[in-house]
Structure formats: structure tokens, C-alpha cells
Design a protein around this ligand. Structure first.
Ligand code: SF4
Length: 310
């Protein structure tokens, strides 16, 4: 994207979604949960109250500007700095996508507000929805996700099941594995049973490959994830490892890098893979952005990660 946008980022090349334009409706780290593995850091104060956190008219006008400038994407995805269903008018993005483009829309949500019928109705306007379910009871849910008071495990599961009943689009469930919290076979058997009751089209098995909110949170190994994935049946796929995308991007602008790093602090290798460019080239750009004060570098677990300054 050549022009500056406040609410749009990318398009980011993605193996599953092709070129995905991100729409961020929530101020940084406003979320219903405070997951121990969150790559954005800890949630200062969890919330469950829905509001117009950013002006929807401004978001829609950025989308119009992006379209008018010849913007191209395979998907438009609601994702970013917090939980998108907290925004009272998030359905309007999906309506815009349907009315104004041929592009398919995606909602990435932790699923915690789907117990509310209004949220389910709005979410059902997306062509694809991904929810999360990584616990098997209230205690494990509290330990991993540290939710706002109104959010309970029972509500989460009921909301996700009720959503599946009314939603005919593509529904994925992401199971986020945290070593030592939900990584045992018996624990995952219980999670798998609940996931089966939701009847998703696909199950993504993920783990904390990026720096987590809580120090000491460890990813599970690829081999262990593959063993766990087998418990979830043939719709389960391990998505944790960063793989080369099929999409090649010739030019990665600084704005694209900043848009992604702001929402997903990453290492040079991961960024290179996500954008489909050589790590060597990208490292030079990143070093320049560090020297000019746009980015900060931090060593985590022997790897260098880039963060947005401020
Ligand atoms: S991982 Fe997602 S749901 Fe969990 S705290 Fe971070 S933004 Fe919120």
C-alpha cells in the first residue's frame, strides 16, 4: 500500500488466504482475554463491553480509498491488535466487502463473545471464521486465557456451538498448545472431544512460536504437535511452523512491515517467509528502520525480534 492507513494493514501474503488485507478495529491490546501466549504482550485490562472503539465511518472510508487506489487482495480479514467482535459495528466491514468487492471476508476471533446473539449474527456475515478453543474446563481456560469476568468457559463453548448451528460458511477452530498447560495427551483428548461437538470444517493446531506475553511460556515441538493433531482427526492441521508462502511479493514497503510488526512482533526469518522475500534483503531494511528509530530489536530465546517503537 502506498498511502498511509490507520486501520488497514498489508496485504500480507498468507499460505491459506493468499494476499490478505487486514482491518484493525480495536485499539492496541483491547481484548476480552489476556492469553499467556499472546504475541502482543499482556492485556493491561481485559474488557467485555462492546463499543465503537474506532470510528467505523473512518474505517469504511479507508476501505473505499484502498479500493479506489486499485487495491488488490484475495481476502479482507478482521484481525489485529485485539478482539474484533468487541467493536459494535464490525458487521459493517463484511457488508462493505460483499457490496463493494469480489473479495472474500474473514473473521479471526477468540470466540469469547459468540454467546451473544448479536455477535453471532454479525460474525455470520463473514465468508470464513476462525475461533479459538484451547482449554477443556473452567480452570484450564482461566489459566491459559485469563479472561474478563463476564467470559466463562461454558459461555465460550456454548457460543461457538450456537454459532456453528447457524453458520454455513467455513468455520475453523484454532487449538493453541502451551507446553505444560494443555500439551498432555489426556488434556488434548478432552479438548478434541469438545472441538468435535462444535463440528468445524478445519482444526488448526498452533503453538507459541512468537514471543509470548508471559515469560517462560514455551512452544511444543513440531513432533509433539503432530502427535496431538492426530487426536483431533483428519480435519486437523499443524499450522505452527512458519512455512514458505506460495505468494511472491516483489516489494515489501516499510509501511507493510510496520503494519505487520505493530500487530505481530516477528523475527527477520519469519517476516521474510510471510512476505516471500529473502531474509538477507529484509534484514537490511529492518536494520535501517532500527537505526532510524522506527523499530526496536530484542533478543528472545536466542532469536532477534523486531517491535514497533512506542
Ligand atoms: S491472543 Fe488474541 S485473544 Fe488472546 S490476548 Fe492476544 S489478542 Fe486477545
Amino acid at each position: 500500500m502506498s498511502e498511509a492507513y490507520q486501520y488497514l494493514f498489508g496485504p500480507v501474503p498468507s499460505r491459506r488466504l493468499g494476499r490478505s488485507l487486514g482491518v484493525d478495529l480495536i485499539p492496541f491490546k483491547r481484548c476480552t482475554q489476556d492469553c499467556v501466549y499472546c504475541q502482543l504482550g499482556e492485556t493491561p485490562c481485559t474488557v467485555s463491553e462492546r463499543a465503537e472503539y474506532v470510528p467505523m465511518d473512518a474505517v469504511l472510508s479507508e476501505l473505499e480509498r484502498w479500493k479506489a487506489s486499485g487495491g488488490q487482495a484475495d481476502h479482507i480479514t478482521l484481525a489485529g491488535s485485539g478482539e474484533p467482535t468487541l467493536h459494535l459495528r464490525f458487521d459493517e466491514v463484511f457488508k462493505w466487502v460483499r457490496e463493494r468487492t469480489e473479495v472474500r471476508s474473514v473473521l479471526l476471533t477468540n470466540g469469547s463473545l459468540l454467546y451473544l446473539p448479536a455477535v453471532r449474527r454479525s460474525a455470520a456475515l463473514a465468508d470464513k471464521v476462525k475461533v479459538t478453543l484451547s482449554a477443556w474446563d473452567e480452570a484450564s481456560f482461566q489459566q491459559i486465557h485469563r479472561p474478563a469476568q463476564a467470559i466463562t468457559f461454558e459461555r465460550l463453548v456454548e457460543g461457538e456451538r450456537a454459532f456453528r448451528e447457524m453458520y454455513s460458511g467455513e468455520l475453523s477452530v484454532e487449538v493453541f498448545i502451551v507446553d505444560g498447560m494443555n500439551s498432555q495427551i489426556e488434556q488434548c483428548r478432552k479438548i478434541a472431544e469438545i472441538v468435535r461437538s462444535i463440528q468445524p470444517d478445519r482444526i488448526d493446531i498452533n503453538t507459541a512460536v512468537r514471543p509470548p506475553a508471559v515469560a517462560g511460556v514455551q512452544p511444543s515441538s513440531l513432533e509433539h504437535l503432530q502427535e496431538l493433531a492426530a487426536l483431533f482427526g483428519d480435519r486437523a492441521v499443524v499450522t505452527a511452523s512458519f512455512k514458505q508462502t506460495d505468494v511472491s511479493t516483489d516489494i515489501v514497503s516499510r509501511e507493510m512491515l510496520l503494519g505487520l510488526i505493530k500487530r505481530h512482533p516477528s523475527g527477520a526469518k519469519q517476516l521474510a517467509q510471510e512476505f516471500g522475500v529473502s531474509p538477507k534483503e529484509l534484514k537490511q531494511t529492518l536494520a535501517l528502520m532500527v537505526s532510524e528509530g522506527q523499530l526496536l530489536m530484542q533478543d528472545r530465546g536466542g532469536e532477534t525480534y523486531y517491535f514497533c517503537r512506542g
